[in-house]
Write a protein that binds this ligand. Structure first.
Ligand code: GAP
Length: 453
């Protein structure tokens, strides 16, 4: 993991937030390569889940629309959802002289004593640990000039509630009919007791959530459908090996809303810091009608928040299947999966991203800066750039330029050399095999389109 973190820092994937001031625990910034990688992940999700979802279990195209809701909402939302009363982690502090350690009580077996790092995890018998106290994970702020109880607001700890709060608006303004889904991507905030494992557990992170509204009796079918679709999707973007798994929850792990449901499962990835175990990338849960009912009650709207089925002339609270994924955890999994040591290369490592996820799709290099090569390279670069993220690099030896692209995970490099002006061909170098072939310069665009899409 240290090597991955070092590469991410060195090549501009991920930086500590506010690094020039010593950073801030639990907050991370994405640099020029990282922002492209994360955007590719989010765009692929939006494209595949919202714009072009497949057929559902009933054989009809899945109906999906999107929303983009605010981070700060009326605080009553969080009372209704149960977050004000119940979104807590148990916390224990260490009162031993000079320690000031703070731990999640339910994960204490995983921690080491900060004063005695040589101790095995969970060995706290000589430490002065307080009893567990409940700690609410929601960040608080105040809306308006006066800071009192009445102006208290929360930064959303999940994007899901913005969807539930807009259920009526979406049904009234679009042509959706149950079964249908509402999707949202956006920031969520949790004041995690112990943020750790790089971006895996951060205090500010991004979610990609779908609330899929269904008739209660079809819960099992849609739960299975979404569980499998989401697992296959992570595979399709490059997490295809045995580091990915789908895990059905045990009954005692289920959240309050899922107890009566058709199921809950996690898509998990074996991160270097969880190995041999796995860490959650996404949860797929049957949330029943818990949230819509809660908002109907707390908003006073009651039955007016029910869905009206015109064909059946029936009003009811739809049930919900929720696939809820983390964009930062997904990005981290892509980085870990791509990291491929290779002693035979000048860079000693390359990032084997799926071409669809690669931050830079191709490099365009003039071999030397003379004999018309830069002009041809520049023209090719401008042509490709209209469609993909392309890097033009005229500096240093060609070996060093390939090495930089290997570390960035760029799948193809096109080099304009001495033969190009006469033959109208360029070399294309493939990242994974390092093999090179010559292709016609006017076929480069079609070549990339075929390889990358
Ligand atoms: N609406 C349901 C919900 O929020 P969750 O399991 O608490 O469920 C969903 O969160 C996803 O959000 C997780 O699978 C994970 O990918 C991401 N996530 C949750 N807490 C996170 C944190 N502190 N840092 C980074 N990602 C987080």
């Amino acid at each position: 993991m240290d090597a991955i973190v070092a590469l991410c820092r060195r090549r501009g994937f991920i930086f500590q937030s506010s690094e020039i001031y010593g950073g801030i625990n639990g907050f991370w910034d994405y640099g020029p390569l990282g922002v492209e990688l994360k955007r590719n992940l989010k765009d692929a999700w939006w494209h595949d889940m919202v714009k072009c979802p497949p057929e559902g279990p009933d054989g009809h195209p899945v109906d999906m629309v999107g929303v983009d809701c605010t981070i700060i909402m009326n605080p009553k939302v969080w009372i209704a959802s149960g977050h004000v009363a119940g979104f807590n982690d148990p916390m224990r502090d260490c009162k031993t002289e000079g320690c000031k350690g703070r731990f999640r009580a339910d994960q204490i077996q995983q921690y080491q004593c900060p004063l005695k790092p040589s101790k095995c995890p969970g060995e706290f018998e000589k430490c002065q640990l307080t009893d567990a106290r409940q700690f609410n994970l929601m960040f608080e702020s105040h809306a308006g000039a006066i800071k009192d109880e009445a102006s208290k607001v929360y930064l959303r700890p999940e994007t899901a509630q913005g969807i539930f709060a807009n259920f009526r608006n979406v049904v009234d303004t679009s042509r959706v009919k149950v079964p249908f889904g509402i999707a949202q991507q956006g920031k969520a905030f949790r004041n995690e007791v112990t943020p750790r494992n790089y971006t895996f557990r951060s205090r500010e992170f991004e979610q990609m959530e779908i609330e899929f509204f269904i008739r209660p009796e079809s819960a099992k079918d849609y739960y299975t459908f979404w569980r499998d679709l989401r697992y296959n999707w992570w595979q399709s973007i490059g997490l295809a090996g045995e580091n990915l798994q789908l895990r059905e929850h045990d009954k005692d792990e289920l959240s309050h809303y899922a107890k009566e449901g058709a199921g809950t499962s996690d898509v998990e990835y074996r991160f270097p810091f969880t190995a041999p175990g796995f860490g959650e990338l996404e949860g797929i849960a049957h949330r029943t009608d818990f949230d819509l009912r809660a908002h109907a009650e707390h908003s006073g709207l009651g039955d007016r928040l029910k869905y009206f089925d015109q064909e059946k002339n029936e009003k009811y609270f739809p049930h919900v299947i929720e696939p809820s994924a983390g964009a930062d955890r997904g990005t981290l999994a892509l980085l870990c999966e791509a990291y491929t040591p290779d002693e035979s290369r000048p860079s000693k490592v390359y990032m084997k991203f799926h071409p669809r996820m690669a931050p830079i799709k191709a490099g365009v290099f003039p071999l030397v800066n003379k004999d018309g090569m830069p002009e041809i390279a520049h023209k090719l670069y401008m042509d490709l750039r209209s469609r993909w993220n392309i890097e033009y690099d005229p500096k240093q030896s060609i070996g060093k330029r390939y090495a930089r692209m290997d570390e960035a995970g760029t799948p193809y490099c096109f080099t304009i050399d001495g033969e190009t002006p006469g033959s109208n061909t360029v070399t294309v170098r493939e990242r994974d095999t390092q093999s090179q072939q010559r292709i016609a310069i006017d076929k480069v665009k079609a070549f990339l389109a075929e390889k990358i899409g």
